[in-house]
Structures are given as C-alpha cells and as structure tokens.
Ligand binder design. Structure first.
Ligand code: EPU
Length: 415
C-alpha cells in the first residue's frame, strides 16, 4: 500500500491549479442515466472516486472515456443494478438510485455499509422516493425500488442532505407533476447539477435555496456541462499556505463558494485577497486560535473541519471545534496527537490547544479529509511524517504530491 512521506517546515510559495469538484462531478455522471445518449463534461478531476463511478456505469452498459473531456454514452444501459462490490467502495454510488428508478421504473442498489465518519443512513432518500410513489424494499443488503409511475410530491427533509436532495431532484425531473423539495441542500454541487438537468430539458426552480421546485417532463436529452472548481480542495490549499507560513495563489476558484472558509481563515490570521477567480493567500502574523462549528452550506463545511483543525493545532490559544453534520468525524484527532497536537474530545466538540510546533511521526489516514489534514500537519511539522493508507487521499485530491511539490514541498510517495 502506498505511503506519503513529507519533510515539513518549508513555507509553500507559488501557484496551485484547482481541479474540478469531485462531489459535483459524481452526481453529474449519475444524471447521465436519465437520458440515453452521449453526454460530455469538462473539468472532471482524475480521481479514484470518478473511476469507481465510471466502473459502476460501465457495469450497467454505459461506455465512457476520460480524456481532456469526460464523455459518456448511456444509450446501451441494460441493467439497473448497482452491486455491493462497487457501492461498498464509494457511498456516492447511491446517486444512481434516483435516475434509475425515474427512467426505468426499477432499481436494485446495494445499501452502502458503515463509514468511518458516521452512520450515514439513506432513509431520507428512500422516504422521499416512497412519497413519489416508489415501492421500496430492503432485501439481502439491497434497496429494491419499483414504481409504475413516479408522481410529484412535497418532500420536506428532516435534515439537510446533499446526495438526498440530488437523488430526489433527479428522480423528480421525470415524474408526473410537480415536486417540491423543502429544507433542501443549498450546496454549490446541487446547483451545478440542477444547471445540467435544466440544459437536458428539466424544469427546475430554486436550486441553491432551501426550496426547490421541479416540474416533471416526459424525457430529457443529453448535453454538455462544466464541473465547478473544488471548494474543498481550494480550502485545503488555503490552509496549506497558512500552516506553512507561505504565500500561494489558487485558481481557478469560485470565491463565492468558499466565503465561510475565507472568513474563518482571515480570523485565524491569514491574509486572503480575492481577484476574479483567483485567491492570493499568505500568512503575515501568528495563527490565531478561533472557534468553528460546521454547518450545511453556506456555513463552514464539514469537509474542511479536519483541515481547519490542523491549522488550529499550531494556534496561539484555544480553539473549540464543533462537528454538527457527522457524529463520528474525529478519527484524525488521535493521529494529530501523534504529531504532538494537544486536543481533547468532548462529544461532538474538540478542544484544541495550540502548541509551538508539531513533530513528524508515522500516522494513518482514516478517511479522505482526515488524510488531507495529516498532509497539512506534516507540511508544518519538524522532521518527517509518514502517512499510510493514502488510498483515501487518492479518492478526492487530484495530483496532490505534484501540486505541493511544485510550490516547494518536500513530499514523495513510497510504494
Ligand atoms: N442523513 C440521514 N439520512 C439520510 C441522509 C443523510 O440521517 O438519508 C444524515 C447523515 O448521516 C449526516 C447528515 O444527514 O449526518 C448529512 O449527510 P448528507 O446526506 O448531506 O451527506 P452525503 O450526501 O452522504 C455529501 C458529500 C460528503 C459531505 C456531505 C456533507 C458527496 C458525494 N458527498 O455526503 O462529502 O461530507 O455531503 O456536506 O457529495 C467528502 O467529500 O469527503 C464527503 C464525505
């Protein structure tokens, strides 16, 4: 299994190119199941999760090619099953459920298993589909969904769910009548998906607000679309500049998608200038310890909690970090402590007391964003940090060593 070795202590300087967003590309690829034919996307990142989604759709009969652009032809989809072997490696596979049942009136999708960041059930996806007339059964670890017709319904989510909103929005596009999604996720990835669905002929209003209205149409046609820049990758490199005391420019970015992150990092002592689609970030003072709570968009994203915690480990005081989205997203804490961080966990909060410096050590990545936080801590630590299980990192950060090396980091991969 590959490991990453990082020799810390070098301030990063230069330009980092920002890739397309994994969590925007995945639902777009799933949406191609709604309309048979050739779809084409630009700015799709080269990541393990994208390859998993490709494998899943190819199992169903779609043909795809990831060159300069991502092309996928869904004309010959012949099965509506998403098998356990593929779903277990990536929970986002559940995004095929809505499109399959909407277009084929049936789907058999493996239930995603446990996850290191929380229970992550899909009850809200299933409840919403049932409200739309889908008969849902759970058998042998699979969700079996059947429907004579999908009918529009008013679905009020008990909790904001990103993929739940995406699944139901896609299903509603081909339902009879009007669907209203209340307490819907407002994440930019939901908006990026809605924009593509509209290009395909869907009638959607309100994406990006808590109330999305979808008027069903009888069919959709394939189109062309661009994936938005990855706001979590952007935030991760903002922290990389801060934690190493460096100076980076990042582009192409969507500053409007990272406002909460920018505000929090400015409070922590980073200077961030926004110019069109470029962010210029440097640290000109010590790192200030500030409190942070995760929220659904437009709040501070849970996918940046671990990386922000890395920064706070070397803050000038005490920071209280509260995780409000996932109940178990603190697996990185014990690993950060191996690097010399002072952190106490109290339920859904972590009390982080800043230390003078971190010191390199062997650590283990437990999930995607936890891996990123260990890379950041390793970049700041004295000596060498060896991170194992970095396959997690490869799921969501395109060419991370190359990007970091290009701005001065001493980082290399060991097989
Ligand atoms: N929830 C339920 N029932 C459901 C759905 C969600 O109880 O049916 C709960 C979850 O357990 C969680 C909360 O609602 O406590 C929010 O979960 P959400 O459904 O929004 O998460 P998701 O859609 O499974 C997406 C991202 C995650 C990101 C979360 C929150 C994708 C493919 N994944 O997951 O990204 O953390 O939204 O923003 O879009 C990552 O990229 O590292 C990642 C984990």
């Amino acid at each position: 299994m590959d490991k990453l070795l990082i020799e810390g202590g070098i301030p990063l300087k230069g330009h980092v190119p920002i890739s397309g967003a994994k969590n925007a590309a995945l639902p777009l690829i799933a949406a191609t199941l709604l309309a048979p034919g050739k779809h084409s996307f630009s700015n799709v990142p080269r990541l393990r999760d994208i390859r998993t989604m490709q494998r899943l759709l190819s199992y169903m009969g779609a043909e795809s090619e990831h060159g300069e652009h991502f092309h996928i032809d869904t004309s010959r989809v012949h099965t509506t099953e998403a098998p356990y072997e593929l779903v277990k490696t990536m929970r986002a596979s559940v995004l095929v459920l809505g499109p399959l049942v909407a277009r084929h009136r049936q789907a058999k999708v493996s239930l995603p298993g446990g996850c290191t960041i929380g229970a992550r059930p899909i009850n809200l996806h299933l409840k919403g589909l049932e409200q739309m007339g889908v008969e849902v059964q759970l058998e042998h670890g699979y969700v079996i969904a059947n429907a004579e017709r999908l009918r529009g319904a008013t679905v009020s989510f008990d909790q904001v769910t990103v993929t739940g909103t995406e699944n139901l929005m896609m299903a509603a596009c081909l339902a009879d009548g009007v669907t209203v999604l209340e307490n819907a996720a407002r994440e930019p990835e939901v908006v990026n998906l809605a924009e593509y669905l509209v290009k395909m002929g869907a009638l959607i209003h309100g994406a990006g607000t808590p109330k999305i209205t979808i008027e069903g149409v009888s069919e959709l046609t394939p189109g062309i679309h661009t994936v938005i820049p990855d706001r979590i990758e952007t935030g991760t490199y903002l922290v990389a500049a801060g934690i190493t005391g460096g100076h980076l420019t990042l582009s192409p970015c969507r500053p409007d998608h990272v406002e909460a992150i920018i505000r929090k990092l400015e409070m922590a002592g980073l200077t961030i200038e926004v110019k069109d689609n470029t962010l210029d970030v440097q640290r000109t003072s010590s790192i200030h310890s500030v409190d942070m709570k995760t929220w659904p968009f437009p709040g501070f994203p849970t996918d940046m909690q671990a990386q922000f915690m890395s920064l706070m480990t070397v803050g000038d005081g005490v920071s209280l970090i509260t995780e409000q989205i996932f109940e178990n997203r603190f697996m990185h804490v014990l690993e950060l402590k191996r690097l010399g961080a002072s952190i106490n966990l109290d339920g859904r909060s972590a009390v982080v007391r800043g230390v003078q410096s971190l010191s390199g050590a062997p650590v283990m990545a437990t999930d995607l964003r936890a891996s990123a936080c260990l890379v950041l801590a390793g970049l700041a630590a004295e000596g060498v940090t060896e991170i194992s299980r970095i396959y997690h990192l490869d799921r969501g950060y395109e060419a991370i060593e190359r990007k970091l090396e290009a701005v001065g980091a001493r980082i290399w991969r060991k097989q």
